[in-house]
Design a protein around this ligand. Structure first.
Ligand SMILES: C[S@@+](CC[C@H](N)C(=O)[O-])C[C@H]1O[C@@H](n2cnc3c(N)ncnc32)[C@H](O)[C@@H]1O
Length: 206
């Protein structure tokens, strides 16, 4: 799906996203693990690529504290609107939200860590997005990906209702397995599987 079509899709998905993605059943454990693997410290400067409605924010804020900085980037204004409301509700004053295609934005000062959860399976130019994310981080600092896809070793035989929903509703490509980019490029990569092998949390150093 091209970038304009992804933006249109998430424009209407935004209003149902936080319950329709079945977070508790499918992703909560893997998400928590991906953020844990970032090894964040108070004061860290963190990039959340394709941050959506801000599902990672509380996990990150808990670790970086008020002296840290969190920058969330997303393509879709309606998703960012939800993220902005979440930030306001929680009273975080160290979060900056930026609207745009992560492949096209200048990401600014280097980060201590970057994460992308359920984003690389959706972003049209996902390999470019990974490169942008990886180069935004200082050498030696941490990168993490959490994403869904066909379990390793199953090819497309793993296709079923979950793959159908991810593809049709959330515009996610289950064949990408974007954690393989991290396993290929990062130093000391570690990957863990969740949700019957459908969800992977992976992290390593730039
Ligand atoms: C499945 S949601 C994931 C949201 C959030 N990271 C999470 O874990 O719940 C995918 C998000 O990717 C965003 N997105 C898609 N293409 C993008 C791009 N090129 N640049 C930035 N964000 C993009 C969409 O707007 C959407 O919010």
């Amino acid at each position: 799906m091209n970038t304009a079509a992804v933006r249109r899709r998430y424009g209407w998905v935004a209003s149902i996203y936080d319950w329709a993605n079945l977070e508790g059943l499918l992703y909560a454990r893997a998400r928590a693990r991906a953020i844990e693997l970032l090894d964040l410290r108070p004061g860290a400067r963190v990039l959340d690529v394709a941050c959506g409605t801000g599902a990672n924010f509380a996990l990150i804020e808990r670790r970086i504290g008020p002296s840290g900085t969190l920058v969330g980037i997303d393509l879709t204004p309606q998703m960012l609107g939800r993220a902005r409301a979440r930030v306001a509700r929680a009273g975080w004053s160290n979060v900056t939200l930026r609207e745009g295609d992560v492949c096209e934005l200048a990401l600014g000062e280097p980060f201590d860590a970057a994460v992308c959860t359920l984003g690389l399976s959706v972003i049209t130019e996902w390999e470019r997005a990974w490169e942008a994310m990886a180069t935004a981080v200082r050498p030696g600092r941490r990168l993490a990906i959490m994403d869904a896809g066909f379990p390793e070793g199953t090819g497309r035989r793993g296709a079923g209702p979950l793959a159908w929903t991810l593809g049709r509703l959330f515009a996610a490509d289950c064949a990408r397995r974007p954690w393989r980019l991290l396993e290929r490029d990062a130093a000391g990569p570690a990957s863990e599987r969740f949700t019957w092998g459908w969800v992977t949390a992976a992290a390593g150093a730039r």
